[in-house]
Design a protein around this ligand. Structure first.
Ligand code: UD1
Length: 370
């Protein structure tokens, strides 16, 4: 019998900033295919214009079909609110598959709800492990992977971790990295961004900083050690710091604002959209970050990345890419930054299958298996 058109009903779930660039290439392909009826659901975990809406615009993502408006709260409140809202949607729409990306609370909440309603789950970016259970994301990754039916991994370590946790090999698919699909397809457009002019950085060296992990910004002592390093680095090069709402809140709470003001070369700016941030990253002398995705993006762009963490769930960026783990050691952060400024940085390689085709592989596998 011939296949019906639009016969596979899928919910594509997004919630927080790092989800949008991962879902965009997948959702676009599903919309273009006559096999899928894909519904885009936004949990509302991130809701500020600069944390959410700007990404829909930059990535040309259609507005979400369903917006749950769950917002912020403690982990239990946020996860619970998303679960309750999503349960109603799944019961109403009866999808065959719920597709989740990354490791945020929205990912976990959607996987829990789908599994209890016996709906199959695809997890994009499965298998990554920091082996640090004090990170909320590590809990989200472990639980989501244990429930998922299709586990799409970005790097070889992901497959190894899943196999060692007893996941059946038939469920694991090494497909590459959808975040890199988005990066590759938006580089030319990012070139049109005027952000370098706006910040008067054209042809000037600068460092780019992002910071938002609770372990870094919610802990006064750790935040202080990072700031001490930044103050020294800023004596040689301006540091551009698009600040995450969580970091801004803690900066004020710890009364660190005046230190930023005094160190004139640390330039706090509002969170940026996707294209402006890509353009800054591509032109930075180096990047300081505690983000997950930025470790991957800098590796592909060949920009040195100093990760302000003790561990990474993305080891390929250290083994092959441009990433170096710094821990919270002030002197080490300063020394590595100065080494880069003196022209001693490690050229990286692009990890296998980070070629811009990951979403195509995912959609082809789902089309075949569902
Ligand atoms: C979340 C993810 C993290 C991801 C990060 C990217 C979890 C557990 N964490 O962390 O993995 O790297 O997003 O940004 O899911 N807030 C706003 N406006 C917003 C959203 C949040 O002001 O649009 C503030 C609120 O005060 C909120 C706080 O930021 O309480 C934290 O937001 P939340 O979504 O809980 O976690 P993130 O730190 O953003």
């Amino acid at each position: 019998m011939a296949q019906q058109r639009n016969d596979i009903r899928i919910l594509n779930i997004v919630g927080a900033r790092p989800n949008f660039m991962k879902i965009a290439p997948i959702h676009r392909l599903m919309q273009a295919s006559d096999r899928f009826r894909a519904t885009l659901v936004h949990t509302g975990q991130h809701y500020d214009e600069k944390m959410s809406q700007v990404f829909f615009h930059d990535l040309k993502l259609p507005q979400p079909d369903i917006y749950l408006g769950c917002g912020s709260g403690s982990h239990a409140q946020q996860t619970g609110a998303i679960m309750m809202a999503l349960e109603r949607i799944i019961l109403e729409l009866q999808p065959q598959l719920v597709l989740v990306v990354g490791d945020v609370n929205s990912t976990l909440a959607a996987a829990l709800v789908a599994s209890k309603l016996h709906v199959r789950i695809a997890h994009v970016e499965a298998g990554l492990r920091s082996f640090d259970r004090s990170m909320p994301e590590e809990i989200n990754r472990l639980v989501t992977d244990s429930l998922a039916d299709f586990l799409f991994v970005t790097e070889e370590s992901g497959r190894r971790n899943l196999l060692s946790e007893g996941i059946h090999p038939d469920k694991i698919f090494f497909v590459g990295n959808v975040m890199i699909d988005s990066l590759k397809s938006h580089l030319a457009q990012a070139q049109q961004s005027t952000i370098l002019d706006q910040l008067q950085l054209n042809h000037h060296p600068f460092a780019l900083l992002t910071l938002h992990r609770p372990s870094n910004v919610d802990d006064q002592h750790t935040f202080d050690r990072i700031l001490l390093a930044l103050e020294q680095i800023a004596s040689r090069v301006p540091i551009i710091f698009p600040i995450h709402p969580r970091a801004r809140k803690m900066l004020t709470q710890f009364r660190f604002d005046h230190r930023i003001e005094r160190a004139k070369n640390i330039r706090l700016i509002e969170p940026l959209g996707y294209l402006d941030f890509l353009q800054l990253m591509k032109n930075a002398s180096f990047v300081l970050t505690d983000s997950g995705g930025i470790q991957e993006e800098t590796t592909v762009l060949g920009i040195p990345c100093l990760t302000l963490r003790r561990n990474t769930e993305r080891p390929v960026t250290v083994e092959l890419g441009t990433n170096v783990l710094m821990g919270m050691d002030t002197d080490r952060i300063v020394a590595e930054s100065f080494k880069i400024l003196d022209g001693h940085s490690r050229p990286g390689q692009i990890p296998p299958l980070w070629d811009g085709q990951a979403a195509q592989r995912i959609v082809a596998i789902l089309e075949q298996r569902l």
